[in-house]
Ligand binder design. Structure first.
Ligand SMILES: Cc1cc2nc3c(=O)[nH]c(=O)nc-3n(C[C@H](O)[C@H](O)[C@H](O)COP(=O)(O)OP(=O)(O)OC[C@H]3O[C@@H](n4cnc5c(N)ncnc54)[C@H](O)[C@@H]3O)c2cc1C
Length: 351
């Protein structure tokens, strides 16, 4: 006898984990499967959530809907799992040049009003001749802890398996259902949350990525007592005790998870431009951000096989985007709504 579920979710990165919770909250039985190759973007993501981004200080896309949804979701899950992984704290942005400072002063009373605080205290260990500003409503998701706490709960409920699924060979399409014979499991639907995995999907392989490789360093910085994330071109984020994470680079070719000397030198040089105390590099990792289109999420059902669905394209903002759009996809899967047309995977397959 096969074990049966309502949904099977393939991939336990930020997308698959968050979708699984949203489906479970609707009373559905969900099996989560991951190959645990530790090369997914979520394995190294810093989990930063910031309301204002880029040199032009643009307000983050759909911030007013996405941020409250993320806060409510992560807080309630912290309570449910008894684990702390979501840290709300203002972050500090140091001005890199006069143009950035002038732009901040110009815009502070406009669209980004309420999201920034001007002239915050800046400790001596940072070079900040032009000053900076604080980003209020910023947060950091401790992604490894979030994934681990979720996996533990899924395991405890007997709804998690470690397996590498070969989509072409292992997935069986049945009338109005699907199964994975080698695991002896069936469900009425299967959702692919596989991040950037080119060339291996017979159904959604037509979706085109504009993926970006990123590299991150873990540093030991003795004596640096700073709890805020610092931004100045790159970011420096606290990781407990005297450990910090620093990154990240963007590269649109060479899409693999191999750290490079070039990226390490770039991060170190940019860090030295504002950090005045010594640091030691203790880890260096790389992964590929699953960017589709302009970095918007893409989800929904397959046009010919409605028992198959897709959730991907979280790009460089998975922590902020996942709760809101996983909730939308869960509502689609139970027939409450359709995906927003601009984000519907059918649009990307038709191209
Ligand atoms: C350097 C870097 C820095 C980043 N910093 C931030 C940040 O500060 N804030 C932020 O919000 N986002 C950040 N991101 C982006 C974030 O990492 C992504 O948005 C997010 O992790 C994407 O999650 P995902 O679940 O879609 O994909 P992934 O994390 O790649 O997860 C896919 C999962 O599917 C599994 N899988 C794939 N195929 C199979 C198969 N056939 N069988 C079984 N399992 C399978 C993989 O093992 C993997 O666990 C960063 C990314 C990088 C690379």
């Amino acid at each position: 006898m096969s074990r049966t579920f309502d949904y099977i979710v393939i991939g336990q990165g930020i997308a698959g984990t968050t979708l699984s919770w949203q489906l479970r909250r609707r009373g559905l039985r969900v099996l989560v499967i991951d190959r645990e190759a530790h090369d997914g973007a979520s394995q190294i993501a810093a989990g930063l959530i910031t309301p204002v981004t880029g040199k032009r200080l643009a307000k983050s896309w759909r911030w007013d809907e996405l941020y409250p949804a993320a806060v409510a979701f992560y807080r309630s899950l912290e309570a449910e799992t008894g684990t702390r992984f979501f840290h709300e704290r203002a972050s500090l942005r140091l001005f890199a040049d006069d143009a950035e400072r002038d732009e901040c002063h110009r815009r502070a009373g406009g669209i980004i009003a309420g999201l920034v605080r001007q002239t915050p205290p800046i400790p001596d260990c940072f070079t900040a001749l032009l000053g900076g500003f604080e980003l209020l409503s910023a947060a950091r998701l401790d992604v490894p802890r979030y994934l681990e706490a979720s996996r533990e709960q899924f395991r405890e409920d007997d709804s998690y398996l470690t397996a590498d699924i070969d989509l072409a060979k292992d997935v069986e399409l049945l009338p109005a259902a699907c199964g994975i014979a080698k695991l002896n499991v069936q469900a009425r639907g299967l959702v692919f949350c596989r991040g950037f995995t080119p060339g291996s999907d017979p159904w959604f392989g037509g979706v085109r990525f504009n993926a970006a490789k990123g590299e991150i360093l873990t540093l030991r910085i003795p004596g640096l007592a700073e709890e805020r994330v610092i931004h100045r071109g790159i970011w420096l984020a606290p990781a407990g005790g005297d450990l910090f994470r620093c990154g990240s680079t963007y590269k649109w070719d060479d899409l693999n998870c191999v750290p490079t000397a070039e990226a390490r030198a770039e991060i170190e040089a940019r860090l030295r431009a504002f950090l005045r105390v010594p640091f030691e590099v203790i880890e260096h990792r790389a992964a590929v951000r699953p960017v589709i289109d302009a970095g918007y999420p893409v989800f929904g059902r397959h046009p010919a096989h409605p028992q198959l669905a897709y959730f991907n394209g979280l790009g460089s903002k998975g922590s902020l985007l996942a709760p809101f759009f996983a909730e939308q996809l869960a509502a689609c899967l139970i027939g409450e709504r359709e995906p927003e047309p601009a984000l519907d995977v059918r649009r990307f397959l038709a191209k």
